[in-house]
Design a protein around this ligand. Structure first.
Ligand code: PMP
Length: 287
C-alpha cells in the first residue's frame, strides 16, 4: 500500500503528490519543519512542536498555511490513514512559489506558503538496539549559520556531519564552536558530571529541542540537578556519562566521544532513567 501524504489541502498517494520546481523550499531552503513522534498511535509533545513552528514562521515572516487546530487534524488524519502505531509525522512549510526564481520574498498576500506532511512508520522504535548499547560520536566544527534556533530545512551541514560520522565508523557527530559543544547533528547534547546534568543554554546557537524542554522538566521534577551552560568538548570526554535528546531518538545514551570511552562504555544510569521517565510520561500525555 502506498503512503498517503498531505500536500496543500489534499491527501494523496505519495506518487501523486507534487510541488512546483519554483517552490522556495526547493530553490532557497526557504522553509521550516517539525517532526512529531507517534507512539501507540498518539502524537508526542504536539503543543510544543506547534509552538516552535509558529515561532520559526514568525522569525522568518512566513505565513502559517493553516491554523494549529487544523494542523492537529492533519496529523491525526495522516496517522490514521497510514495506520502508524510507532513512528513520526514530518511537516514542512515553505514560502511557496511565485512561478519564478527571485531572491526577494514574494508578497505573502499573493503567494500562499505551502504545506507538506507525511508519516514514517518505525515499529518498535522505543526498543532500538542503539538505545541499549548507546551511540558513539565524533566532534566536528560547527559551521552552520547563526540562526540555529529557527528550525529551517537547511540541513546540508548536519547531513554532511552524519556522513563524517559514518566515514569514521561511528553513529553521529557533535558540533563544536570555540571549543564548546553546540549540539548534535539532529539532537541536543548533554553530559553528566557527578550528579549534575549539563546542557548548553538556549540561544541562537542551538535549536530549542522540544524533547530537551520535557526532559529537563522531568529531571528537575525528579530532584536531579540541571545546569544550562556551555560545556567544552574536553570536559565532555572526561564526563561520567553523556546523552542526546530528540523527538525521534527520545533520550539516547552516548558512550564514546572521539574514541574516548565514557564510564564503563555502557549507557549510564542518568540517561537510562531519563529515557524511562520520558517515554512513560510522554505516552501518558500523548494526544
Ligand atoms: N538540535 C537539532 C539541530 C535538531 O535538528 C533537532 C531535531 N530536529 C534537535 C536539536 C532536537 O529537537 P527536538 O527535541 O524538538 O526533536
Amino acid at each position: 500500500m502506498s503512503r498517503i501524504v498531505y500536500v496543500n489541502g489534499e491527501y494523496l498517494p505519495e506518487e501523486d503528490a507534487k510541488i512546483s520546481v519554483f517552490d522556495r523550499g526547493f530553490l532557497f531552503a526557504d522553509g521550516v519543519y517539525e517532526v512529531t513522534s507517534v507512539l501507540g498511535g498518539k502524537l508526542i509533545d504536539f503543543p510544543g512542536h506547534t509552538a516552535r513552528l509558529e515561532r520559526s514562521l514568525s522569525e522568518l515572516d512566513m505565513a502559517a498555511p493553516v491554523d494549529m487546530d487544523t494542523l492537529l487534524d492533519i496529523h491525526r488524519e495522516l496517522v490514521q490513514r497510514n495506520q502508524v502505531d510507532d513512528g513520526l509525522v514530518y511537516l514542512q512549510v515553505t514560502r511557496g512559489s511565485d512561478g519564478d526564481r527571485d531572491f526577494v520574498f514574494p508578497d505573502a498576500a499573493k503567494v500562499a506558503s505551502s504545506l507538506v506532511a507525511f508519516t514514517q512508520s518505525k515499529p518498535g522504535v522505543t526498543e532500538s538496539a542503539a538505545s541499549k548499547s548507546g551511540i558513539r560520536v565524533i566532534s566536528i566544527p560547527d559551521v552552520r549559520w547563526g540562526r540555529r534556533d529557527i528550525k529551517t530545512v537547511q540541513l546540508l551541514y548536519p547531513s554532511m556531519g552524519k556522513m563524517m560520522a559514518k566515514a569514521a565508523g561511528v553513529d553521529d557527530a557533535w558540533m563544536v564552536e570555540d571549543g564548546e559543544v553546540t549540539e548534535g547533528t539532529s539532537n541536543n547534547a548533554y553530559i553528566v558530571v557527578g550528579n549534575r546534568i549539563i546542557t548548553r543554554q538556549l540561544g541562537n546557537e542551538i535549536l530549542a529541542g522540544i524533547t530537551r524542554a520535557a526532559v529537563l522538566r522531568f529531571a528537575r521534577e525528579a530532584q536531579m540537578t540541571v545546569e544550562e551552560r556551555a560545556f567544552g568538548i574536553d570536559e565532555a570526554k572526561t564526563a561520567d556519562e553523556a546523552f542526546v535528546t530528540s523527538a525521534t531518538t527520545f533520550v539516547m545514551p552516548v558512550v564514546e566521544i572521539d574514541g574516548e570511552v565514557l564510564g564503563d562504555g555502557t549507557p549510564g544510569p542518568v540517561a537510562k532513567r531519563l529515557r524511562e521517565i520520558y517515554l512513560d510520561e510522554s505516552r501518558k500525555a500523548g494526544i
